[in-house]
Structure formats: structure tokens, C-alpha cells
Design a protein around this ligand. Structure first.
Ligand SMILES: *[C@@H]1O[C@H](CO)[C@@H](O)[C@H](O)[C@H]1NC(C)=O
Length: 416
């Protein structure tokens, strides 16, 4: 290569690095208690905007919604079957001329819809507050013929696969680093954080962003082509003691899910966890009571305890055995630690249950980490490095996913 060519290569590499925008985007996350689902909302539409509420799903490839919920359909643009957009949808279909999409629905029967584009409008952030509005002029999603029950208009696709998950459409359009982060609120009264892109960090008091960041631990994601976020647990600990598990049980990895309310474990893993937890719980004065449904017709909890005389901290349940998941980090094992707020649920005044579910002997996935375990943690998916980063429980830092910088410190206009 001649000197000039080398110089040009160097300059263009330099340019592509520096041109990567530092912008970061922030959307709200709300919890819907009856369905235990988490959703975000942003405006869709060009002429007349509609505030669309969409369930967050880490496995959905293409966002879909019931377009009857939109105030105006006139600006929706149909996508032809021949377009590269249609071709980039895994499992795309064609209805003569226009692109169709049929996909599994995390909350019910599969949905079929026409693929469309319209403007999506949401907000930039400095890492703390929502700042100014930006628009994705051609946000691709599908108009399903059937919807979900209210308050949801549809499902936001956040999977790692393909060209069209929401985070990829945003990071590509604005040329920002392909990553996003979720901080799920534990309460219906709080609003959590959904970040896309960016290098400003996450400002959740007392953390102030890049100069005082939330401590995060990294672990690799495996097999993202499957369209799922899967981490690789190597061991599970209760109060520091590893469960004796046949290693082959953990080989399938653990899927992260924002739609499953309680972590589901293959029967042998569940039983090992439940007996180790029970052993430790008895040591601190709790006694085992028969399992019970959380409320009739919902997730049955198999392992429950009467707290005895020693009433636990109702808000944080800090004083129960600690569960940790060990997994590969940077050349050593790292541990994801769960305290009471994320390991048990209160079902009666003095009765708490282990907030994990038995998934049966031969489930499709041996471990699915659900939202009761994820809430009040910052969870970041970095697709530029294929790694997931997780924080400690924000409760252990005396904060939560529902904490926001105070308005007094913010001089720009606010949307939340
Ligand atoms: C998403 O796309 C991936 C890769 O093409 C595919 O394996 C997966 O089944 C798709 N997931 C859904 C829910 O459609």
C-alpha cells in the first residue's frame, strides 16, 4: 500500500471512530402489576402522533402493535416484498405485493401483520433526564390484526437478531454504539429507565454518570444468532455455598427474559436451590410451610416460609439467604448476587415464598431469568462486544430504578 493510500485508510478509520455519535436516548419503563409486564411508550406517527405503549420483549425480532390503537393511519407506509427491509426480516412473508410478518407472541397466540414504516419520536438524554425530542423517520414495525389486552398496544422488539429490533434501528439511524440498558422498576408507582446507545453513562442518584458510574460486572453473551440473550452460569450459590449440580444441567445457559415474572429453573436445579435455601432459612429462625399460589390461577410458589418471630425487613427482605449465580467474567468467575427483594415474595403477612418457579424435568431452556430477579438492577446489553453487564442491586446502594435526578439540578426542559 502506498503512503497516500495508507494515509487515506488511516484518516477514514479515524473519521469513522470520531463520527460515531455520542448521543444517548432514554425512554420510560412502567410496570403493569396485574400482568406483571413491563412496558415503554413513545410517539408513533407523522401527521398526528399516538403515544404507543409497548411491552418490552428481549426475544421479539420485529416490533408489532395493533394499529387500530393509532390515531392516524394515513402516514403509515407499506413495505413491498422486494424491499431489502422485508428481506431482512427472519421468517418474512409476502401478500402478493406487500411484506407480511408472522411471529410468536410472548403473551399469546402468534400474530400476523403487515410490515409498515412511520415516524417514531422519543427523547435524547444526558444520562439522567430526558432532554430533547428526536425522530426516527422510518421506524419499521408490523401492524398486527389482533392486539393485546390494554394497556398495551403491542410488543417492542429488543432481540439480538436481525436488522430490525428497536435498539438496532435507533443505533444505526443515529450512528451510535449498538447497546441498550434496562432498569426495571419494582413498583407500579415508579418509572424505570430504558437507555439506547450512548457513552454518558447512567445517572441514577447517587450515581452521577461517567465520573461516578454504577459499578457493573461483565459476562459474555452466547449464541445471539438464536435471537435470545443467553448467559453461561457455571454455578449457583446459597449463602456462599455452591449447589452440587450435575454440570450438564447448566450447559444450556440462562436466558434473560423481560416477560417471565419469576425465574424458571429445570426441576433438579430448582430442587437443589430450594433445599439449600430452606436449610439456611431454618438456621435464621424461619420455618417451612406448605407452598401456595401467589394468588389463585397464577404462579404457584412451592417453597414458602413462616418468618417466625424474626420478622424480615418488609421493604428489602435483606435478611434472608443470599443467592448468587456464578458465571464467566474477565478470565475469572464473577457472581451476580440476589438479596431478598429479588429472591422472595410476601404472600401473607408473615409468609414469604421463594420467588422461583419449577420449570419441569425437560424444559426448552434449563434457566430463564425473570423480572422479579431483574428489577432494580441496571442490565446492559452491549452488542458491539456481545457482552452483558449487570450492576449490584440498586437497593444495596440505597437507590432504585425509579430514582431520577432531582429537577432542581436540571436546567433543560423536561418531559417526565
Ligand atoms: C428471531 O430471529 C432469529 C434469527 O433469525 C430466529 O432464530 C428466531 O427464531 C426469531 N425469533 C422469533 C421470536 O421470531
Amino acid at each position: 500500500m502506498g503512503g497516500l493510500a495508507r494515509l487515506i485508510v488511516f484518516i477514514s478509520m479515524f473519521a469513522s471512530i470520531t463520527l460515531m455519535s455520542e448521543a444517548q436516548y432514554l425512554l420510560p419503563i412502567m410496570k403493569h402489576e396485574p400482568s406483571k409486564q413491563y412496558y415503554t411508550a413513545f410517539d408513533i406517527g407523522s401527521a398526528e402522533k399516538s403515544y404507543a405503549t409497548l411491552v418490552l420483549d428481549l426475544e421479539t425480532n420485529l416490533t408489532w402493535l395493533n394499529c387500530r390503537e393509532l390515531k392516524s393511519l394515513s402516514s403509515l407506509r407499506l413495505i413491498t416484498c422486494k424491499s431489502s427491509t422485508c428481506k431482512s426480516i427472519p421468517g418474512n412473508g409476502c401478500d402478493g405485493k406487500y411484506c407480511l410478518f408472522r411471529q410468536p407472541n410472548p403473551l399469546g397466540k402468534p400474530v400476523t401483520g403487515r410490515v409498515v414504516q412511520d415516524k417514531a419520536t422519543f427523547s435524547t438524554t444526558d444520562g439522567g433526564r430526558q432532554l430533547s425530542e428526536v425522530s426516527l423517520p422510518r421506524f419499521t414495525f408490523s401492524c398486527a390484526t389482533q392486539g393485546l389486552s390494554l394497556p398495551f398496544a403491542g410488543v417492542l422488539g429488543l432481540s439480538p437478531a436481525g436488522e430490525l429490533p428497536f435498539w438496532r434501528q435507533v443505533t444505526r439511524a443515529f450512528n451510535v454504539i449498538p447497546k441498550f440498558a434496562l432498569c426495571l422498576p419494582s413498583s407500579v408507582f415508579g418509572v424505570g429507565h430504558f437507555y439506547v446507545g450512548g457513552v454518558n453513562g447512567y445517572i441514577i442518584p447517587p450515581f452521577t454518570g461517567s465520573n461516578n458510574p454504577i459499578p457493573m460486572t461483565l459476562t459474555p453473551l452466547k449464541n445471539i444468532d438464536s435471537g435470545k440473550y443467553i448467559i453461561s452460569p457455571t454455578s449457583i450459590y446459597v449463602d456462599g455455598v455452591p449447589l452440587s449440580l450435575n454440570p450438564s444441567l447448566l450447559e444450556g445457559g440462562a436466558k434473560i427474559s423481560t416477560v417471565v415474572p419469576y425465574t424458571v429453573l429445570q426441576t433438579d436445579i430448582y430442587n437443589a436451590l430450594a433445599s439449600a435455601f430452606t436449610l439456611q432459612a431454618k438456621k435464621i429462625g424461619m420455618s417451612e410451610v406448605p407452598g401456595m399460589p401467589e394468588f389463585p390461577g397464577f404462579t404457584p410458589f412451592k417453597t414458602c416460609f413462616d418468618e417466625g418471630g424474626s420478622r424480615r425487613n418488609v421493604e428489602e427482605f435483606m435478611n434472608v439467604p443470599v443467592i448468587e449465580i456464578g458465571m464467566p467474567g474477565n478470565g475469572r468467575e464473577v457472581k451476580w448476587r440476589f438479596h431478598g427483594a429479588n429472591t422472595v415474595v410476601r404472600v401473607l403477612e408473615t409468609v414469604i415464598c421463594l420467588a422461583f418457579a419449577d420449570g419441569g424435568k425437560k424444559p426448552t431452556e434449563p434457566m430463564v431469568i425473570g423480572t422479579h430477579q431483574l428489577q432494580d438492577y441496571m442490565i446492559e446489553f452491549d452488542l458491539s462486544t456481545t457482552r452483558m453487564a449487570f450492576s449490584d442491586s440498586l437497593l444495596s446502594h440505597k437507590t432504585s430504578c425509579s430514582a431520577w435526578p432531582s429537577r432542581r439540578q436540571d436546567h433543560s426542559h423536561m418531559m417526565l
